[in-house]
Ligand binder design. Structure first.
Ligand SMILES: C[S@@+](CC[C@H](N)C(=O)[O-])C[C@H]1O[C@@H](n2cnc3c(N)ncnc32)[C@H](O)[C@@H]1O
Length: 216
């Protein structure tokens, strides 16, 4: 038997995918702010995926649910068109203060970010239908079903829905798991799978990402 590590194992591939991403100083500083606040963040590879999808869509209008300290926002802005605007929603004023500092430290022009402080269940219904290139869902998993339904409404034809923390660590596919969070993650996944306009894929990065493109 060989002593060499199995480089084709899923864990090795994911470790490699994460370690292959080099984050700039502004993102690293935003991570430090998030840690200080105890706010979650996307992993480096999930951040790079956000930037890639934003660039592929030439995204000009993006909605983010769950700003945190701005780590995912910086990655999204990095991939968006130079005049693109990120609308990002969070109920915690302290998180928005940190995100504002993160965006300023990265020299993001003030007009490129719209931070809306409030509960997404109150803010999302005020946003326009069919108007956004990307909606990134990164609030509490328990709210994923409601946020996914709103996100599909907000997306333009050809737009992309991205749900972070979408698999309850893989438990969504295990019918014996019926705890509240797994059930919420499953309900969101079923809403996406049952919508004929959506073309979904699960991407095993970070805690599991579910992305879906809306039909043109
Ligand atoms: C995982 S963090 C977001 C991390 C951020 N997207 C990033 O990668 O930098 C989740 C955020 O959701 C916010 N939040 C809390 N309750 C919420 C709710 N009911 N709906 C949406 N967001 C909520 C938290 O304040 C927190 O900032």
């Amino acid at each position: 038997m060989s002593d060499s590590p199995d480089r084709s194992s899923p864990a090795s591939l994911i470790d490699y995918a994460e370690s292959a991403i080099v984050e700039d100083d502004a993102v690293l500083e935003a991570r430090a702010r998030a840690e200080e606040l105890g706010a979650g963040t996307v992993s480096p590879a999930v951040g790079a995926l956000l930037a890639l999808l934003a660039r592929a869509c030439d995204a000009r209008a993006v909605v983010e649910i769950g700003t945190g300290a701005g780590v995912s926002g910086l990655w999204l802005l990095n991939g968006m068109a130079a005049d693109g605007v990120l609308t990002t929603i969070d109920p915690e004023p302290e998180h928005h203060r940190a995100a504002r500092a993160s965006f300023a430290a990265a020299d993001i022009a003030a007009g490129r970010t719209r931070l809306i402080n409030g509960a997404p269940r109150e803010v999302l219904p005020r946003l326009a239908d069919d108007a956004y290139d990307i909606v990134f869902v990164d609030g509490p998993v328990i709210d994923h079903p409601r946020h996914v339904t709103e996100a599909v409404r907000l997306l333009r034809a050809g737009g992309v829905l991205i749900v972070h923390n979408a698999t309850a660590d893989g438990a969504v596919g295990d019918p014996s798991r019926t705890d509240t969070l797994t059930t919420a993650a499953r309900e969101a996944a079923i809403t996406i799978a049952d919508d004929d306009r959506l073309l979904p894929v699960v991407i095993p990065l970070g805690p599991g990402v579910l992305a879906a493109a809306k039909a043109r």
